[in-house]
Design a protein around this ligand. Structure first.
Ligand SMILES: Nc1nc2c(ncn2[C@@H]2O[C@H](COP(=O)(O)OP(=O)(O)OP(=O)(O)O)[C@@H](O)[C@H]2O)c(=O)[nH]1
Ligand SMILES: [Mg+2]
Length: 425
């Protein structure tokens, strides 16, 4: 763990089909990922290709050249921006004579470093082992899990390999069993929540968009927020009370990224159930990011993958304090997404608008009723004001009359006083 920081070299490929701009952004992001994982990027190289090479992904000549650069720069790990096949990894490892990672395994490593809950840790380990299994080579060596570095390191030689494979398979089987137990417990907790019948809103968005910061600002939660990718892995849920007295459960969860490994999405499906079950999604976007638009699409594609597309979604354009002179961007987005709100989770700008938009989007979930309450039941009247949103009141008659929106979970409490179901606007 206290070994010197790993020196990292990045390799990107510009396929004829994609533009070079996409490659630059992708490499820039890969570099952030490598840094987040604790590496130090000491160089990078790109190659233009019609199609990836089956044996070494990039061309053999280019690979040999990069390998030389890496030796000179004393590089420990070479990271490819795309997913490598097991054969490509093995061949490249021989050629470079150092550890080869791809974007997928890098993201998995970061997740492994960040997981805190039992379920999170198990999910990551499972995804990691499944990714690793066909790629086991002598550079991965024994499987003691090490923290801090990029990935696992070993180097005990080929003889270890068969034993390692068997151990990985055993471990996968054990984790799957354990996950089942952990999940059963969690779904019991969820049922408890469902009985509350509060609306559930889930914050989604690209990694580093400001999701946790927003949850903290809205609810005073103390979720870890940091200018690093994937600061959050495990979901946190807090109650948010809107100015209209509506209670909402607000969940902050793991961020998305482009080329998010499929195995990881699979592994996280259970965690992401909060997203799938939500009544409303808050899609937080860092509008100050030059790739904001691409990030929106990446998030939408993960949402599709987990089956949460088509959900009512409130677009939240965050970090407007960072826009400075670039306000034009905001109006472009506003045109494209007319329902959106623009905020700064840090300065609090736009938060009142966000709250009121939340209120109106969640309103249809509540029942709009007319009530008639005897004057000698001030307790009922007080309770109505504390849990409901009273929009009209009339104390002049024999009984007090109200028009109010009340959340479903207290509907039965007021049932004796309801005289009319009103149309929800
Ligand atoms: N200037 C500015 N910075 C913000 C704003 N919102 C969040 N940030 C910063 O952006 C960084 C990322 O914020 P987080 O809240 O951790 O982002 P996240 O979406 O939860 O990220 P992950 O959990 O890593 O996916 C932090 O350094 C925040 O301080 C904002 O409105 N303005
Ligand atoms: Mg976060």
């Amino acid at each position: 763990m206290n070994r010197k920081t790993e020196r990292v070299f990045l390799v990107g490929v510009e396929l004829k089909s994609g533009g070079s701009r996409g490659l630059d952004d992708s490499l820039q992001e890969l570099s952030e990922l490598a840094t987040t994982a604790g590496g130090q990027v000491v160089g990078d190289g790109v190659q233009k290709l019609a199609a990836p090479c089956a044996s070494t992904f990039i061309g053999k000549g280019k690979a040999t050249h990069f390998a030389e650069l890496c030796r000179e720069a004393d590089v420990d790990t070479v990271i490819f921006d795309d997913e490598l096949t097991p054969a490509q990894s093995r061949n490249l490892e021989k050629l470079f004579n150092c550890k080869i990672l791809d974007r997928t395994s890098l993201i998995l490593d970061i997740f492994a470093q960040r997981a805190r809950t039992r379920e999170g840790k198990l999910q990551i380990e499972l995804a990691q082992l499944q990714h690793l299994l066909p790629r086991l080579t002598r550079f991965w060596g024994h499987l003691s899990r090490q923290k801090g570095g990029i990935g696992m390191r070993g180097g005990e030689g080929e003889t270890q390999l068969e034993t390692d494979r068997r151990r990985v398979q055993d471990r996968i089987a054990r984790i799957e069993k354990e996950l089942e137990v952990v999940r059963r417990q969690r779904s019991t907790q969820r049922y408890a929540r469902q009985r509350n019948h509060w609306a559930l809103a889930s914050i989604v968005g690209y990694t580093n968009a400001g999701k946790s910061t927003l949850l903290n600002t809205l609810t005073g939660a103390e979720v870890f927020a940091e200018d690093k990718l994937f600061a959050t892995l495990d979901p946190t849920t807090r109650r948010l009370r809107l100015p209209t007295n509506q209670n909402v459960l607000l969940t902050d969860t793991v961020g998305f990224i482009r080329k998010l490994p499929h195995g990881l999405v699979e592994a996280f499906k259970a965690t992401l159930e909060e997203v799938v079950e939500a009544d409303l999604l808050l899609h937080v976007v860092d509008v100050s990011h030059p790739q904001a638009e691409e990030q929106i699409h990446a998030v939408e594609s993960v949402l599709r993958e987990i089956g949460a597309d088509g959900k009512p979604t409130l677009m939240v354009f965050n970090k407007i304090d960072q826009l400075k002179g670039a306000q034009a961007i905001l109006s472009q987005f506003a045109e494209k997404y007319p329902q959106a709100v623009a905020i700064s989770a840090v300065t609090g700008e736009g938060i009142p608008e966000l709250l009121s938009e939340l209120g109106s989007q969640l309103r249809p979930l509540r029942e709009f009723v007319e009530l008639s309450v005897p004057h000698d039941r001030p307790d009922v009247i007080a309770r109505l004001h504390s849990v409901g949103q009273v929009v009209e009141r009339d104390y002049s008659g024999e009984r007090a009359r109200f028009k109010a929106r009340i959340p479903p979970h207290v509907h039965s409490e007021f049932a004796p006083y309801v005289v009319k179901e009103l149309q929800t606007a």
